[in-house]
Design a protein around this ligand. Sequence first.
Ligand code: G6P
Length: 603
Amino acid sequence: MCGIIGYTGKKMNAKDIVLAGLKNLEYRGYDSSGIAVNENGKINLYKSHGKISNLEDRLKGKEILSSTAIAHTRWATHGKPNETNAHPHRCGKVTLVHNGIIENYMELKKELLEKGVTFQSETDTEVACAYINDIYESEKDKIKCLSKACSAFRGSYAFAIIFDDEKDVIYATRKDSPLIVGLSDDGNFAASDVSAILDFTAKYILLEYGEFAKITKDKVTIYNADLKEIEKEVKVATWSATEYKKNGYDHFMLKEINEQPDVIANIFSRYLNDCNYNDIDFLKYDAIHIVACGSAMHAGMVGKYLFQNYANIPVTVDIASEYRYSTQMITPSTLVIIISQSGETADSLAALRLAHSKGATTLGIVNAVGSTIARESDICIYTYAGPEIAVATTKGYTSQVAILSTLVINAMKQKGLLSDELFENIKQDFSNISSNLNHIISKKEDYINVAQKIFDHNDLFFIGRGIDSAVCMEGSLKLKEISYMHSESYAAGELKHGTISLIEKGTPVIAIATNNDLYEKTISNIKETKARGAFAIFITTDNFKNSTFEDFSDISITLPKTTEFVQAIEVSVLLQLIAYETAKLRNCDIDKPKNLAKSVTVE
Ligand code: G6P
């Protein structure tokens, strides 16, 4: 939800530095972008609608000499994505970029309007800017001024701020939106996350809620909420700049799909060689609540199936934006598992804090090392999937499923429910996962064939039972988010209770059947759709291979049969590739689908 970066340093090409960094933050939103630079003592703003490349085109050939700049890429919340609403915003002596939402901005705006302040944009950010400027008129100590202003703001914010009367200084502060301060010999930074600064430095400080940073070219001073100077640990980023490049792939999504054989194999081998990382006492808990958003919630659905069916533990899966406001039975005997690739999703973080306040044990399954959810969880298990740039998650999701599988195996062991035979089979699957996934990825022609049959339809349905039903949810979302096709996922037995009315001649239905006990039931459900004209695409495992698929399906694809602890991952990779090929045929912007953002740090 919006990316921010600021640089002040020895170099005079601050514009190029922040633009380079901003491009690594584009996953956070790409409705508009803008930059503010101090040119010969004058603050100039340059903004563009749409992606950062538009801003770059606009600035091409312009000689902008400045040693300080702040920049922003926006995911619109308040006001349309146009140039007026684009950041930076400026009022009086204050210019700033903001990530988050000032929830009481209407109240503050009214106060300011009564004082005669005028506004150009529809944004909450311009109000925050004007509010800070208003306080600055009487409080010239900038840190005190910011502290006063922030105490009036409700909601979330990460700000990078420059003042007209103090050249080459950036101020930064945050609440519930991420912000780091980057350190280098040539200058210093404020940014939404480390990806923005990795081309220049790996050293950074994590700014906590209530802290303020004063950043100059050779010094960074951090103040705590009492406005006292404090020392902070300097961290070194573990992800490198090259991991943020496409490395020859047409899209980040394709690159990330191709990284899955290694990512998942690493998780499984880490588990088998050193299972301390998930040494959790499952006997202590009466219930597990899995809470997450989007694809992470879908990973939770797979986890629920595995926990309940194999470890006999009751599990609920909730969408974080609902859980945080619900009256859940959260007790000290509840294990609350928060799943989040970014570790910064606002609703998931709020759910985590709610669980803490009720005395539950919290377990974060997180990809971004050092992120807020990782830091605030009682126990954090990292997926170590590496940076994920494509907005539609692939390796982020499958790595979450892999971690959940290993947790379930652990729970089964502790409860004496894991037979030697099953464990041997699982270990066999773990050691084959990389070659199986590579095999699935290599079947490109199969996915192109499916894509050619479905890409010009308006609606599509996914059906499956048991764990396949959970996998369908993610397959459907993947297709929808990158190809803009309308797609719905249904438990196979449920489609007939209403939605089957939408099936007509040629409507594609993707059916998944990997479970021995449910296989024939799912086939009956496919036949129900075929009888109404559906174009059926059947995905199953090679143990069912027989000549009858064509009786009830138009296309069939088989996968290697494995235990359910890895099957969901394998089917998911296949569905990611179908979504990818379909989006390609529909000429969609695969890595940056319209209206989406990868990291959702607002409610
Ligand atoms: C956004 C992303 C999804 C992601 C969800 C949760 O909607 O586009 O891909 O699953 O947020 O994000 P998280 O970082 O918490 O996993």
